[in-house]
Ligand binder design. Sequence first.
Ligand code: ADP
Ligand code: ASP
Ligand code: MG
Length: 415
Amino acid sequence: MAIVVQKFGGTSVADSTKIKNVAKAVIKEYRNGNKVVAVVSAMGKTTDYLVKLAGEISSNPCNRELDMLLSSGEQVSISLLAMAIQESGCPALSMLASQIGIITESVHSKARIVDIKTDKVQKHIDTNKIVVAAGFQGITIDGEITTLGRGGSDTSAVALAAALKAERCDIYTDVNAIYTADPRVVPKASRIYQVSYGEMLELARVGAKVLHPRSVETAKQFNVPLRLRSSFNLEDPGTLVVGDDNMEICRPVTGIAADLKQVRIAILRVPDKPGIAARIFGALSDNNISVDMIIQSMEEDHVNNIAFTVHENDLNNAISVLERVRQEIEASEIVVDNNIAKVSLVGAGMVDRPGVAAGMFDALSEAGINIKMISTSEIKISCLVAKEKVEEALRYIHKKFGLDSKEPQPGEVSN
Ligand code: ADP
Ligand code: ASP
Ligand code: MG
């Protein structure tokens, strides 16, 4: 008997009717003769609500307590789903990450999974029970509760599938497929039937939240066949995310995405001396703060301006670290710009096509949108634009690269 891991996101379990609907999808897989592990996120917008609640108590809540709070959402949904499955006459039990043994590193709010103990889950599925596992959470070897970062239940599911050597991992969500852009923002987005790990990883990293980037990274590393499907249309085959070798064609452009969670920090009038960049970015990295786009511009009098982007959640921490460094290196000022969004174009085939970057700049110019920063790699181009221009930017770029669907999409986006 094969093991199948299914994952259901927040909108799929938003209320009791939807939880009963998810129970049907789980039971269908079980009655097909598979051993089933269902990984579940918190109901609807529960995690957002908990974040807001913490914000009403503290302007800078500590990450340990945030993890204690946010991980509670999944405990509610797993128990309810297990009850719904039992109600339909199938044996099921819910398990928290601590009960399973999903071990993470000791970093709160964005911990990485380092090991998964499979013995307890295996014992239950071997005695024909359906295991309903809490996504998003983990436990350190010291028994501290951690979370994997927002959207992290996808990663819990893929990591469990890899550890259990599952036949496949199906991610059920509120859209029926992966599209060339978020279909809620770009109504003419085209459906993609098959995408490589590499292409999807890049799309997820630049903001296509349909899959958590680390879930794709894990699927690629352990070769887990991954499928994105709709919770609300079980007949739709969805999109397959497969090994790069399985792709016969190399699309110049796979899709586009936006990231609205970045902020730009500029350090002004930094002395133009060797070792300065190492001091700035070394201090950020020592504090576990990732930096994305970086630009250095030459000013007069042997001073530079250095600007870069970080995730908005890291802003407070970054500013306190940088203020110390600024004084040491005798830079004049730190300036923060919150009104930015990063739009990115991704495609494994763009490396051999020199016109792609020019096409993106053209599209933004036609839309009259100013570019604040640019970064490129072999398979992606990103531009920073003003936040309020992001949707327009996406639609212009989508059209420019011929990604607009010829036919109207069949309205497969569920709320
Ligand atoms: P879940 O709660 O099931 O994990 P998410 O909200 O995290 O669901 O992800 C699904 C959402 O991702 C969709 O509702 C859609 O708006 C968004 N999305 C962003 N980019 C894409 C894309 N390229 N293709 C499909 N959906 C996308
Ligand atoms: N409930 C968590 C969140 O909202 C994890 C997830 O949905 O994947 O981020
Ligand atoms: Mg998600």
